[in-house]
Design a protein around this ligand. Structure first.
Ligand SMILES: Cc1cc2nc3c(=O)[nH]c(=O)nc-3n(C[C@H](O)[C@H](O)[C@H](O)COP(=O)(O)OP(=O)(O)OC[C@H]3O[C@@H](n4cnc5c(N)ncnc54)[C@H](O)[C@@H]3O)c2cc1C
Length: 432
């Protein structure tokens, strides 16, 4: 259960209410902790569905909802107390009762799911692992990429197969006030020629971006540059891309793949950063090592994109529970926002985004000091809202024919995508 206490910065009842909530959570035995979110203004309040301070939300829902038609506002909220009076503090007894009710509901829902497993109800971890397993099967990639009906499903997350398709998408993003990083899809190549060809495609993309006057910012994967064949081949391919980037004043981000590549990825990024400043890396909050890596990268002034992590990792190296991955993200994010060099906060998690905004407001960190990053096709509404609020948002825009593993990781993140897309394909098929 995700518990969030939403308060306005000067709320007089915040501390007492927080104490009441913490006691109630403990009494009922709900773990996962309590996240405090400061609501800065009416727009922020509208985005959160906030009807006054303090408000407690469980899994995104107001726990003691106000009467219908209560407007969005930043005033103090009144709660009925055990003696029938009204006061600004959340009443502990009512909270406990509500928490117990929610916990029982969750337990019942999970028992029902276990008794009647369907695709949509499969426990998230099982379906996530299934999609991640499928993402590594080359024979499935061959089947999927040759099957014409997969194309409309894939288009939601991929800008197209050709560079030209991607450039058109970037021009549209520019009109919407968004920024981007371009990814030429491909990973785990099996021959030196394919690795060299991948680097060539990046050179072509950098040139095209610069010729069109579009911001030149690319994301690359080391296994696409030949890491699995020969680390030296990989180094020289990446160096070619970075050299061209340096000529054009472009930024190169090295994506992070599974944990067996973490050390070599960081090492290559460091050596390139020594010669050209505009090379950045990615840190995954699910890895237990990440706090130490972040400290080192802060010291070296290397730009970090922080994400949760998209691969199937063993518990010996990665947190298994989502709540721990999220908490780790929150802590690393705070370190980066306060001490890092222009970090990229790559998440679609509204709770974490709200927390970032709250931190920025609290510590006077402006939109020119960090950016939010999102994947193309995932949360356009949230991207637009953040831009409207004056924040910087960069969209990760992948294109190319080798979309299969990238696409499967997107399904793993939200298995409901698979059903949703299958339905739309069936509908389109019927319409034809
Ligand atoms: C710009 C960017 C770059 C990235 N680079 C890397 C990288 O280099 N290495 C790496 O391991 N991972 C990378 N990732 C992926 C990342 O690790 C996560 O797997 C992914 O972002 C989902 O996590 P989340 O933070 O959005 O949180 P979640 O808790 O997974 O999701 C938060 C909310 O967003 C929604 N959501 C999340 N993903 C999707 C989706 N695919 N479709 C629809 N809704 C979705 C969820 O339903 C949920 O409501 C990157 C992500 C981004 C945004």
């Amino acid at each position: 259960m995700r518990a969030e206490l939403l308060i306005t910065p000067g709320c007089r009842h915040a501390a007492e209410s927080e104490q009441a909530v913490r006691t109630a959570l403990e009494e009922v035995g709900v773990d996962g902790g309590l996240q405090r979110i400061y609501v800065a203004d009416l727009d922020h309040a509208a985005g959160l569905g906030f009807h006054g301070s303090p408000t407690l939300r469980l899994d995104g829902q107001d726990v003691l909802p106000p009467p219908p038609r209560t407007p969005i506002n930043l005033e103090c909220r009144q709660y009925e107390q055990p003696d029938g009076s009204l006061a600004g503090v959340l009443p502990e007894g009512a909270l406990q009762a509500e928490l117990k009710r929610r916990a029982a509901e969750l337990e019942q829902a999970s028992a029902e799911r276990a008794a009647r497993p369907g695709v949509a109800e499969l426990p998230a971890r099982v379906s996530r692992n299934l999609f991640l397993w499928a993402s590594r099967r080359r024979w499935l990639a061959r089947v999927a990429t040759g099957f014409p009906l997969t194309r409309p499903m894939v288009r939601r997350f991929i800008a197209g197969e050709r560079l030209e398709d991607a450039l058109t998408v970037l021009e549209r993003l520019r009109e919407q006030g968004l920024r981007w990083t371009l990814d030429v899809l491909g990973e785990s190549v099996s021959s030196p020629e394919s690795a060299q060809a991948a680097a060539d495609r990046y050179l072509e993309a950098l040139d095209a971006l610069s010729e069109r006057g579009l911001e030149a910012n690319v994301s690359i994967k080391l296994t696409q540059m030949g890491l699995g064949i020969d680390p030296e081949l990989c180094r020289s391919n990446v160096a070619r891309v970075v050299e061209r980037a340096a000529q054009l004043g472009a930024f190169v981000r090295i994506d992070m793949e599974d944990h067996t590549k973490s050390d070599v990825t960081l090492e290559i990024a460091r050596s390139l950063h020594g010669g050209y400043d505009d090379v950045g890396v990615v840190i995954q909050s699910y890895l237990r090592r990440s706090a130490a890596d972040i400290e080192q990268l802060i010291g070296e002034q290397i730009r970090v994109r922080l994400c949760k992590g998209a691969y199937d990792e063993p518990p010996s190296v990665a947190f298994a529970r989502k709540v721990d991955v999220d908490e780790s993200f929150a802590q690393l994010m705070e370190r980066l926002m306060l001490a890092g060099r222009y970090p990229g906060l790559a998440t679609h998690d509204e709770g974490l985004i709200a927390r970032a905004i709250q931190l920025a407001d609290q510590h006077g960190v402006g939109p020119e000091q960090f950016e939010f990053q999102m994947l193309y096709g995932v949360r356009r509404d949230l991207q637009d809202w953040l831009v409207e609020q004056g924040w910087t948002v960069r969209v990760y825009v992948p294109f190319g024919a080798e979309w299969y593993p990238y696409f499967m990781r997107r399904l793993a993140e939200r298995p409901a995508n698979a059903l949703f897309m299958l339905r739309s394909v069936v509908r389109e098929g019927r319409g034809r």
